[in-house]
Design a protein around this ligand. Structure first.
Ligand code: G3P
Length: 226
């Protein structure tokens, strides 16, 4: 069970190898996928791909619906959520999407309301009963809007009203986004594997390790001579 007041990192990928490697680091609590990420992996068996992710990750795994009408979304959502207990159904924000979220929340099916780009959309998602709202920070930055400032505003409003819906900073493109997500109070940042690896690196760490090894080898060499 995820604590809502603690920041978590999810991995934003459908690549099984990346998920396995990230899981072994012990820092990832969930995975988010979307149709574009699944398509990138070229695995025609969608169910098998999602189930494999669920078998690796205990935490929430978001899998997205493709239907646009309420009944289609509900049908897909119920089907997806029956696959594994940790599946979170990802639904793009729309009027039909919100209708579906309100029905699904009554059935205790967790929803990640996705493709959100405004405080209003996030608020509507929370009111309809979504467990998560995903703000696409990078895509807002792309069009000259401050995506992370919006994340901060939403977190503030949710805190003010004690709204339990968790804010996911999505469409993370680089390590600075993750830092900004943490500072903005995002409950979750969902990061591509490449960004996760960049978060580990620091040139001073690399240089420091090299120096430790060189210094120690010098001592070891001297000791061997004596
Ligand atoms: O989490 C959403 C993400 O997969 C979209 O990222 O870079 O296509 O905006 P991007």
């Amino acid at each position: 069970m995820i604590k809502w007041f603690q920041m978590h990192l999810f991995l934003d990928t459908a690549n099984i190898e990346e998920i396995r490697r990230a899981k072994s680091l012990g820092v990832i609590s969930g995975v988010t996928t979307n149709p574009s990420l699944i398509a990138r992996e070229d695995n025609p068996d969608y169910k098998a791909a999602v189930l494999e992710v669920c078998s690796i990750i205990d935490g929430p795994v978001s899998a997205e619906v493709l239907s646009l009408d309420r009944d289609g979304i509900l049908r897909e959502a119920r089907e997806l959520s029956s696959w594994a207990p940790n599946i979170v159904v990802k639904i793009p924000i729309s009027a039909s999407g919100l209708e579906a979220v309100s029905v699904l929340s009554q059935e205790n099916i967790k929803v990640n309301l996705t493709l959100c780009f405004s405080l209003n959309q996030a608020l509507l998602g929370a009111l309809a009963g979504a467990s998560y709202v995903s703000l696409f920070v990078g895509r807002l930055d792309d069009i000259g809007h401050d995506g992370m400032a919006l994340v901060g505003e939403i977190v503030e409003v949710f805190r003010h009203y004690d709204i339990k819906t968790q804010v996911i900073a999505a469409s993370i493109r680089h390590p600075l986004h993750t830092i900004a997500a943490a500072k903005a109070g995002a409950h979750i940042a969902t990061v591509p594997y490449r960004v996760l690896m960049q978060m580990i690196e620091h040139p001073l760490t690399t240089a420091g390790i090299e120096r430790f090894i060189e210094d120690w080898q010098r001592v070891a060499k001297r000791a061997a001579i004596i």
